[in-house]
Structures are given as C-alpha cells and as structure tokens.
Ligand binder design. Structure first.
Ligand code: 9MR
Length: 447
C-alpha cells in the first residue's frame, strides 16, 4: 500500500500542530467547493461520526431538531439514560424519555451512544443508600436490564463513567460502588457484554486529556490491565470539557494515540470548549485534528447543540449560538473534517533486513516494529561481535525520539550512534516519521 501525497501533507500538518498558534488559518468563511457541508457528512468521509448530546425536552423545539437532524449522525442522551432516570425505584424501569431520544435518532438514521450504565453520580435515591453485596448486585442488575432493553440499538455504551479520582493519586475515586470492591468496573463490563454483545463497551471519564496527568495514567493502566486479562472493553471515552483553566493540552494527540495503541477505540464523547471567536475555533480545530490523526479515534460528540443548550451556557462552549447560527468554531471543525482523514496507512511490508554495507567484523540487521499514525518502532540486531558501534541514520523529517537496550546518542542531523549497554545485541528505537515511512540506514563496526 502506498502513502498518498495528500496524507503525507496532512500528517506533517498534524505533527506540527500547535493548538495555541496565533493567526492560524482556521476561519475560512465556508467550506471549499466539493467539500461536505455538514458535520456528519464531513466526518463520514473518513468513516467517523459526529454526534451531539440531546435532551428529550427539547425535541419539540424546531430550531433544535432542525440542526440535530441536519448536522449530526450520532446521539447521546444527555441525562435520560442515567441510572436515576432509568431505574427510579429499585426493579422498576422507566424508559420513556430515553426512548423518545433513541427513536428520534434511529428514525433519522442516526446511531446512539448509551450514557451511562454505572456511575457514582446521578444514582436514584434508593441506590445512594445501599452498600456491599446488595449494591453490587443492584448495580449489576441495572447494567443487565438496561443493556438488554436496548440490545441491538446502541453503538457504544459508557459502561462505567468517571470512576477515577482527580488530582495526583492516579487511583480510583471513592464512592459507594468503589467500596463494593475494586473489581466492580470489570464486573460491570462483563455484565454489559453478556447483555448486549453487539455494543462497543467504553470506559468514559473527564480530565484524562493530558498524557502526563496522574488520572490519565491511572485510566491507561486500568485499560492495559483489562486488555491483558481479557476483560471485555472496546473503547475509551474522553469527555473533553475544556475551558481556560483546563485548556486543550498540547499532548492531546499523544494521549489518544497511546490509548488506541492498547487495542481500543477512542472517542471524544462530551466535547465543549468555553470561549469565543478565533481562540475557541482554533481549540476546536486542534481537538478535531487530534482525533483525525488517530486511526482508532472513531468519532466526536459535542455536549449539546446551541450555547444555550449547554450545561454551562454562560461559557458559550458549543458550535451554534443561542439562535442556532453557526459559530466560527463550527466552521473550523467542518474545515478540519473536510481537510481529510488525517490518518495514514503505513506500508504493509514486514520484517526485512538491511545489512552492514561496510563489513568490518559485524553485521547489523534492521527489522520493523510496531507502527502508529505518527511514529514507528524499529530494531537492530548485531552479529559477529559483542563490542559494536552501530550508526543509524534517519531521513528528514524523521527524528528519533526514544531508544531501548542500548546506550545511544544522536545529533541534529539525525545520525544516532548506538553502543551496547549490557542488554545484549538487539536494541530498538522509536522514530517520529512526519509522513516519511522510509527505513533508516544502519551500519556497524567493531569498537
Ligand atoms: O449535561 C448534564 C447536565 O444536564 C446534568 O445536570 C448533569 C448531571 O450529572 O450531567 C451533565 O452531563 C455530564 C455527563 O453526564 C457526564 N460528564 C459530565 C457532564 C457535564 O457535567
């Protein structure tokens, strides 16, 4: 498979993404001719969706429903599928408002994200007062009943919402559910899988956008652990509620990519960004590009339609103003979606060797490692001596960002010199490729 020129250009754009870049040309007045003219159609060009949270009591508002039907192809019930709404009394389920949203969406050919099966918040009163085995069983019954009721109608469920603590601990949030035992999350996922095997099962949280934050790392370790033990998890939702105190982090793409590399889809599930004008538009553009740059980022959902529909309306965080007019942020998202998939397809070649051209008592063999949209791993095995010096040269705009099992140094011309560090004769490295998938050249000599 060949990398197209278009995707090369796009990846280098994304890799140089600076979210706060002043004067970035994000505010073209209208999409280029031939480009898709709605968010859903633009997202569909790369196989993604563009969704919104919907409130049942607004479905009678024709401006609201008009925008909903025109622009979005995925719907999340903003409150109507939460535990307090669907099981107001224990064992007595209530789906009226949730059904209005699900039916409206499906009648319009839209898909539905289910939100949320188990959460420490928005619990019905009867559940808030429970603990121990009784609570664990009530939670599992809730998951089973609700996921069974909607079986076949839900694209992805937020099975567990917001179970990690804010701050520096990186651990679980204290809650009545957490106190039933640390395995409550995996138990919920297993119950959801049994109830609706066709739905993707997500863990969903906020403040997990910055890769270096303890909460992000805590969730990452849980997902890694679930994948290694076969706990059924398919996706991670990043709520993405941003404001000036919690801006879009510059490493957002890294966060999405690293989670995706665990073998799960990632989704932006509740996006809103407080602000206005070009600053807000640039941040929306950055988030959209970050998703587009990750093959397993399957879609974006904004948390409401008009600013006045938002849970924090005073921050004007959405894509349409109170009258339903498109904001600059709308145009920046649409243009970013229309700019292309943002996802490169790596070449399909696998392990091959590049031998030492110079002879000299040793041979260096290069083989490919894992590939991501923005970087790839390689490794070199040396034979003929244990006392080697290997030179690895990468070509622009590639750059080496990490090594292992070697003592290495590299210069600005992208020539790396690697020596043994006691870990044997195979070492590895990660290359940011900037759209250039060429292998490095390697050669070795005896020290
Ligand atoms: O937007 C929702 C608001 O109308 C509700 O009052 C609130 C109650 O918990 O939940 C809001 O949605 C939240 C979502 O369910 C989970 N992540 C944070 C969202 C914003 O608070």
């Amino acid at each position: 498979m060949t990398l197209t020129v278009k995707s090369v250009a796009r990846v280098s754009l994304v890799s140089t993404l600076v979210l706060a870049a002043a004067g970035a040309a994000v505010l073209a007045a209208s999409p280029a001719s031939g480009a898709a003219s709605t968010l859903a159609a633009a997202a569909q060009q790369s196989g993604r969706y563009f969704g919104t949270a919907v409130a049942a009591n607004k479905l009678g508002d024709s401006t609201y429903t008009g925008i909903l039907n025109r622009e979005f192809d995925m719907v999340t019930a903003e409150n109507e599928m939460k535990m307090d709404a669907t099981e107001p009394n224990q064992g007595q389920f209530s789906y009226g408002n949730a059904d209005r949203i699900v039916n409206q969406a499906r009648n319009q050919g839209k898909r539905v994200r289910g939100h949320a099966l188990a959460w420490h918040s928005q619990q019905p009163g009867w559940m808030q007062n429970m603990s121990g085995t009784a609570l664990r069983n009530a939670m599992l019954n809730h998951v089973t009943q609700v996921a069974t009721y909607y079986r076949g109608k839900i694209y992805a469920w937020d099975v567990v919402n917001e179970a990690f603590a804010d701050g520096s601990s990186g651990g679980r949030r204290d809650s009545n559910l957490q106190r039933t035992g640390n395995d409550w999350i995996e138990a919920a996922f297993r119950a959801a899988r049994a109830a609706d095997p066709g739905a993707k099962l997500c863990y969903n949280d906020y403040n997990t956008d910055n890769w270096s934050h303890a909460k992000t790392q805590g969730v990452y370790r849980m997902v890694q652990d679930f994948k290694s033990r076969g706990v059924p998890i398919d996706c991670v939702g990043f709520q993405a509620h941003f404001n000036s105190g919690n801006p879009v982090p510059s490493n957002y793409h890294t966060t999405l990519q690293n989670f995706a590399a665990l073998g799960v889809d990632v989704q932006i599930t509740e996006l809103d960004i407080e602000g206005s004008g070009s600053t807000q538009a640039q941040q929306y553009q950055g988030v959209t590009q970050a998703c587009l740059a990750v093959a397993r980022c399957t879609g974006i959902t904004v948390w409401g339609i008009r600013d006045t529909d938002s849970w924090r309306a005073s921050g004007t965080p959405l894509l349409f103003d109170g009258s339903g007019n498109k904001k600059a942020a709308y145009t920046s998202v649409l243009n970013a979606l229309n700019a292309g998939t943002g996802t490169t397809t790596p070449p399909t070649s696998t392990t091959t060797t590049t031998s030492n051209p110079g002879g000299g008592g040793c041979t260096a063999t290069y083989s490919e490692g894992e590939k991501w949209s923005d970087r790839f791993n390689g490794q070199v095995t040396v034979s003929g001596t244990d006392n080697w010096i290997v030179t690895v040269t990468v070509s622009s705009p590639q750059r080496i960002i990490a090594t292992w099992n070697t003592s290495a140094s590299w210069d600005s011309a992208n020539v790396m010199t690697a020596r043994p560090n006691g870990s044997g004769n195979t070492f590895g490295f990660t290359i940011m490729h900037g759209g250039n998938w060429n292998w490095p050249t390697v050669s070795c000599r005896v020290a």
